[in-house]
Design a binder for this molecule. Structure first.
Ligand code: RB5
Length: 144
């Protein structure tokens, strides 16, 4: 599985940890940012979501201070279902019920170790389909 990952300055340190850990299992495309110099999170959300929407990556991960700005920006891209997750349960359910293809997390809320555990469970959980597919299809139809 190929994962595109990106952060702003607030998420940079956590992204570094995630890239190192997830690299052991997945192919990682690091879309930046590459330092703690202030940047605008929508620029990095675009890079990650374009990789997912075009099929260059299977899934995406975005980190900013809270995860909120990244999630808002990511959901503007066609084909993206970004979920802001703060624990294992929301991460699992965002895959099972919502078929989320981008995971957003907040580095000012969670420590990096917890983010790695959340990302792993998110990656390993499959979409349940069935009644949830009908609902997700309705979300995607709102893009027309
Ligand atoms: C940057 O200070 C901060 O606003 C950003 O990382 C994020 O939390 C926005 O939602």
């Amino acid at each position: 599985m190929k994962i595109s990952i990106g952060s702003d300055h607030a998420g940079f340190k956590a992204k570094k940890v995630l890239v190192k850990k997830l690299n052991e299992v997945y192919e990682i495309i690091d879309c930046g940012t590459m330092s703690e110099d202030p940047v605008d999170y929508p620029d990095y959300a675009s890079r990650v979501t374009e990789a997912v929407a075009s099929g260059n990556a299977d899934k995406g991960i975005l980190i900013c201070g809270t995860g909120i700005g990244m999630c808002m920006a990511a959901n503007k891209e066609r084909g993206i279902r970004a979920a802001l997750c703060y624990d294992m349960e929301t991460a699992k359910l965002s895959r099972l019920h919502n078929d989320a293809n981008v995971l957003c997390m907040g580095a000012r809320i969670l420590d990096a170790g917890r983010m790695v555990r959340i990302a792993k469970v998110w990656m390993e959980t499959d979409f349940e389909g069935k009644r949830h597919k009908t609902r997700v299809d309705k979300i995607m139809n709102m893009e027309r």
